[in-house]
Design a protein around this ligand. Structure first.
Ligand SMILES: *Cc1c(COP(=O)(O)O)cnc(C)c1O
Length: 408
């Protein structure tokens, strides 16, 4: 008899996005002439930078000739890409990362989800609340949690991100082994200062723990005093793995390219206390289960680091950040406490009412779709997330409609 992995039965069905879709469809049916504006999107909306398209086309042409055709690429990704990543994203900031510590992949979602595979089953795990659900669900599937009770899994340590702590949680009072952090954060838009990250690095070193640092929104950081990588923090190379993605940076959500940095100093331990290199373990896992990102896509990603590419990416991100500032300014003017939106495409808004009640009000009275914060965890109750991924005219119109409703 074929037994299934019963941990999957523990997964709380997330109805968040299907629930939103149903409510929007019902509204549209009753109001066929209202143009619904979607500010709930966690996906980019603008085209790839021209430099990427040019490199992409050129690489496709190379595949058309026997002389320049490429088959399987190197296990960790092409040198041309990994060297530029190491130089521009880390060394240029004074952070020590070498090209052979970079693993190119087809997504930060896969990497943040898969990394737990190299660890034992009985880890103590800390996750943020509100949270990007991938961190939690992949550990549930692996059998590292108990059941789902009142919005939380038994056995996980939840790091509460609240207005009181500026949505940047402190290390817990109890020991944990694996810590998921995400800054700039999805969904709160909060960023961690160097001092706050240092507390986490120090904690991880003391506990012989590891930080899995999701920096998918790094390109949105504009405040020069904020760290752009966890490796700008002393000691982080021993206790932190960093995940990056070209998805939000350069519009690669449908093109697929990302990378993970695993410093050579990061260690895990066996039952006898013997140390094992996480770089070696992840290398083993990566090249056993993954066969690389396509050559044209790696060339398109490389183009981000050219002079033209860097300028185009800066402009692309600036476009979304402008939307974000419009949203944040308007909601603040209307009297709402907002987080994010300055170094992040997301604005996290305290509604003063139930998340879904506020969602319904914006939908039914303004024809605007947001994301109820409660869908991201218990600490999201009473919040909504508004996303800046849209065109500026749609954002401007949505804000006018929202103001018309909320001013009443
Ligand atoms: C969008 C996003 C990613 C990126 O995922 P990809 O698989 O690289 O597209 C990673 N982490 C968070 C928190 C995100 O919101």
């Amino acid at each position: 008899m074929l037994r299934v992995n019963e941990n999957y039965q523990k997964l709380a069905a997330s109805y968040l996005f299907s629930d939103i879709a149903q409510r929007v469809a019902a509204f549209q049916k009753q109001n066929p002439h209202t143009k619904v504006i979607k500010l709930g999107i966690g996906d980019v909306t603008r085209a790839l930078p021209a430099a990427c398209i040019q490199a992409f086309h050129h690489a496709v042409d190379e595949m058309a000739s026997d002389h320049t055709f490429k088959g399987y690429g190197p296990d960790q990704g092409y040198d041309f890409l990994r060297e530029k990543i190491a130089r521009h994203d880390f060394q240029a900031l004074g952070a020590e990362v070498s090209a052979d510590e970079v693993f190119v992949s087809d997504g930060a979602k896969c990497d943040t989800g898969n990394f737990q595979e190299i660890f034992s089953r009985d880890l103590r795990i800390a996750v943020p609340d509100p949270v990007y659900p991938v961190y939690v669900d992949t550990n549930v599937m692996a059998g590292r949690t108990g059941n789902y009770v009142d919005g939380r899994y038994e056995g996980l340590v939840y790091l509460e991100s609240t207005q009181e702590n500026g949505y940047v949680p402190q290390p817990p009072s109890e020991p944990v082994d694996l810590i998921y952090l995400c800054f700039p954060n999805n969904p709160t838009g909060a960023c961690a200062t160097a001092d706050r990250l240092k507390q986490w690095v120090d904690y991880a070193r003391k506990e012989k723990a590891l930080i899995l640092f999701d920096a998918a929104y790094e390109a949105f950081i504009r405040d020069r005093s904020l760290p752009r990588t966890i490796y700008q923090i002393d000691g982080a190379r021993e206790v932190a793995v960093e995940f990056r993605s070209f998805s939000k940076t350069a519009g690669f959500t449908g093109t697929r390219c990302a990378y993970t940095v695993v410093p050579k100093e990061c260690m895990g331990f066996d039952a006898a206390g013997g140390g094992h290199s996480l770089h070696t373990l992840w290398y083993r896992r990566h090249c056993t289960k993954f066969n690389g990102v396509s050559y044209p896509v790696q060339r398109a990603a490389e183009a981000i680091y050219s002079d033209a590419g860097r300028e185009q990416v800066r402009e692309l991100v600036a476009y979304y950040l402008h939307n974000a500032s419009l949203i944040r300014d308007k909601m603040t003017l209307l009297g709402y406490d907002c987080a994010g939106g300055d170094n992040s495409p997301y604005i996290w808004i305290k509604t003063g009412t139930d998340s879904w009640e506020f969602f319904d009000r914006l939908l039914n009275e303004a024809g605007v779709v947001c994301t109820p914060g409660s869908g991201f965890g218990r600490c999201g109750r009473g919040y909504i997330r508004i996303s800046a991924f849209n065109n500026v005219d749609a954002v401007t119109e949505a804000l006018e409609r929202i103001a018309g409703v909320l001013r009443k």
